[in-house]
Design a protein around this ligand. Structure first.
Ligand code: MN
Length: 439
């Protein structure tokens, strides 16, 4: 079941961690996202943290002080995998307890504030690592606008393939190259062949792109051979992160037929460090995007009332770019696009149910990404391939620089947040990556 909001979402709640109460801060007490951190430059064992304002709460330190119950025990680990495996009941209990100890006026507030250094680490002093050990990473293609745009570049007469509106399209990505925000991204070398070239060549990609996506971390998962019904899909979704599925379009164009993406996409995938839980997203659930009347209905295994009524997420997503020249002059990044996640053709619940529908076993820590999030408007296109129409319509930046694809030194920053009347805005934070020259 998609969980309804509860008292942890009460917009009147404030935290005794003052910075969490600043309007628009991504991590107020209503959010409570989970991540893995250690003090920067230290050799400490990585541990589970919860972002609160500009601080990180050390979850296991709170457990040792008996401020949290046994629900926090799975956090005694260097990754979120044990917590992901523990399941919905544990997640909800732990969230309620964290909300209690972090809210202003709670009976713990004074005690914790006096011993703040035992429980809180300033975010600026922390290094944020991958949230989970990712066993498998799957990338979908769930935006019909992205699929139509990309399809029409390659097949103007027949942009959307006949399967698209029936079956969620995806491919198995590579988990080993998923990296946390801030990790430099090396321009890949690869085999390419320009349409006019007689034969292929090998060298640095000249059509390097980002893809704005949302990723979901899988919770308990399913045994091999057993499916996950759509009605239970949400209980297997722990939470979401921003995902940048870096893509080398020239390598992709030459290699993708007949088996799909391979080296064009597995050289790096960046994720944001804070996992915003499905519980935190409860106030921002919206109906699954309405389909045009003449589109086919999803098959029964991909449809249930809960998914139709609340399967979507009202999440706003942005892409920002800072070039080397801009950085050199001390200028801020510029906005490239802004779009919404609620318009996706398939919901996260549908993607998960489909993935397990053949008996494929999903495991705690698996990462499922949505595919590029694009909307119908030009300013909602989630990659340069679409924004520049494969390079045919270069972008002109405010300083006069132009971009068809990414240049060395470019830094791409993804941001996301949820906002709704009557609720406190929560954010996903940032997902950053800067392009380094090819080897
Ligand atoms: Mn992708």
């Amino acid at each position: 079941m998609i969980r309804p909001p509860d008292d942890t979402h009460d917009p009147r709640l404030r935290s005794w961690v003052e910075s969490a109460n600043a309007p628009g801060h991504p991590f107020p007490v209503q959010n409570l996202p989970f991540g893995i951190f250690r003090r920067a430059g230290s050799r400490e064992r990585p541990r589970v943290g919860v972002a609160i304002g500009d601080r990180i709460l050390d979850v296991i330190a709170c457990r040792r002080a008996a401020y949290l119950s046994g629900a926090a025990e799975p956090c005694d680990a260097p990754s979120l995998n044990r917590l992901l495996a523990a399941g919905q009941e544990t997640w909800t209990t732990l969230r309620a307890e964290l909300s209690q100890i972090l809210r202003d006026g709670s009976y713990r507030a004074r005690e914790m504030r006096e011993r703040e250094g035992d429980f809180l680490v300033p975010a600026t002093e922390a290094e944020l690592l991958l949230p989970a050990e990712i066993g498998d990473y799957t990338d979908f293609y769930a935006s019909v606008h992205h699929a139509t745009n990309v399809g029409s570049m390659f097949r103007p007469d027949n942009p959307l393939l006949p399967n698209y509106k029936h079956v969620p399209i995806g491919y198995h990505g590579r988990a080993s190259s998923v990296v946390p925000s801030g990790t430099p991204v090396r321009r890949p070398n690869g085999q390419t062949k320009a349409p006019t070239a007689e034969s292929p060549s090998f060298g640095p990609s000249r059509m390097l792109d980002y893809e704005l996506e949302v990723g979901a971390f899988v919770g308990p998962g399913n045994p091999l051979g057993a499916a996950i019904p759509i009605s239970e899909a949400e209980a297997h979704l722990f939470g979401v992160v921003l995902v940048n599925d870096w893509s080398a379009r020239d390598i992709q164009g030459w290699e993708y037929q007949p088996l799909g993406p391979f080296l064009a996409k597995n050289f790096a995938t960046t994720v944001s460090p804070w996992v915003v839980t499905m519980d935190a997203l409860a106030p921002f659930r919206v109906p699954a995007a309405a389909r045009p009347a003449d589109d086919p209905s999803p098959l029964p295994y991909l449809s249930d009332g809960d998914n139709i009524e609340r399967g979507g997420i009202a999440l706003t997503l942005e892409v920002w770019l800072c070039t080397a020249a801009m950085r050199h002059r001390g200028e801020r990044e510029v906005l490239l696009s802004r779009g919404g996640f609620a318009g996706m053709y398939w919901t996260l619940g549908q993607l998960l149910a489909h993935h397990a529908s053949n008996g494929c076993n999903l495991r705690p820590g698996d990462l499922i990404a949505s595919g590029t999030v694009s909307g119908p408007e030009r300013g909602e296109r989630g990659c340069l391939l679409e924004l520049t129409w494969r390079g045919a319509e270069p972008l002109t930046l405010p300083d006069g620089e132009t971009r068809r694809f990414l240049e060395d030194g470019d830094e791409v920053i993804l941001r996301g947040w949820c906002e709704r009347e009557g609720s406190v805005r929560i954010g996903l934070g940032e997902c950053r990556g800067r392009i380094e020259p090819a080897v």
